[in-house]
Write a protein that binds this ligand. Structure first.
Ligand code: 13P
Length: 241
């Protein structure tokens, strides 16, 4: 498991609130939509801190953030009924998308944070049939930032459902970000700062792809070109370009 990014639970709560409030000014979200989590170990149990459901970010306090432990068993795939996890702690119910946050962090120990947002360009593209089929393709080398040659789009399922969580998990098996059909986007990272930065980069890519579609027919990079970008990207991030 990755080392916790914060020295104290209070520091993790502050960072979650600050990042949640940064979503709208960064044009990543509107109103109460979206939700964020960080991995947090408490009392000998692995779990996560997660923003509360249906709460105005301006009115949200650090104490409103819920903590939930990882469930010992796989959730039933057909358990699509709205509702809270079996166990959670906090004054307000955790996000209705608790399954996405919980299931991703439990399945992939390298994930330390998850950001889900209704970013306008990502959400726009996630409504298009061609993007639901092919994802955002390699129209720009920065698509590699999500970990592959496209940013996939998970098929539509009701918000808050176990099915949506399973579809997002599948789309993120080999990626760090995906779109959710007719809904929004999810970005993950080792840290909250990394997940937030990736959400910004994905939204920028979605905006530029949308613009390119308006202006004409975008030229796509071939497998060799995007493969080279992926290899260079790893070096670039390590400061060895
Ligand atoms: P919550 O307010 O329950 O986090 O849900 C918002 C959302 O974006 C659902 O997809």
């Amino acid at each position: 498991m990755t080392a916790p990014a914060f020295a104290t639970e209070q520091a993790a709560r502050s960072a979650l609130l600050e990042t949640a409030r940064a979503l709208a000014p960064a044009d990543l979200n509107a109103g109460r939509a979206g939700n964020l989590s960080v991995r947090w170990h408490r009392g000998g149990r692995d779990g996560l801190l997660l923003t509360p459901s249906a709460t105005d970010y301006g009115a949200m306090s650090e104490d409103d953030i819920a903590w939930l432990p990882f469930a010992p068993d796989e959730p039933a795939a057909d358990d699509d009924a709205p509702g809270c996890p079996a166990e959670w702690f906090g004054p307000r119910p955790p996000s209705s998308e608790w399954r996405i946050h919980h299931d991703l962090q439990r399945a992939q120990p390298g994930i330390g944070a998850v950001v889900h947002a209704h970013a306008p360009y990502a959400s726009t593209l996630a409504c298009l049939a061609q993007v639901q089929r092919d994802g955002v393709p390699a129209f720009h080398y920065m698509v590699a930032v999500a970990g592959g040659d496209s940013i996939p789009c998970a098929p539509y399922a009701s918000f808050g459902s176990a099915r949506l969580s399973a579809l997002a998990l599948e789309a993120l098996r080999e990626r760090r970000a995906c779109l959710l059909a007719n809904h929004g986007m999810v970005a993950v990272g080792a840290s909250l700062a990394a997940a937030f930065e990736l959400a910004l980069e994905v939204e920028w890519l979605c905006r530029v792809y949308w613009q390119a579609l308006q202006a004409g027919c975008p030229v796509l990079l071939d497998a060799g070109q995007i493969g080279e970008a992926l290899a260079r990207f790893a070096l670039y991030r390590a400061g060895r370009h």
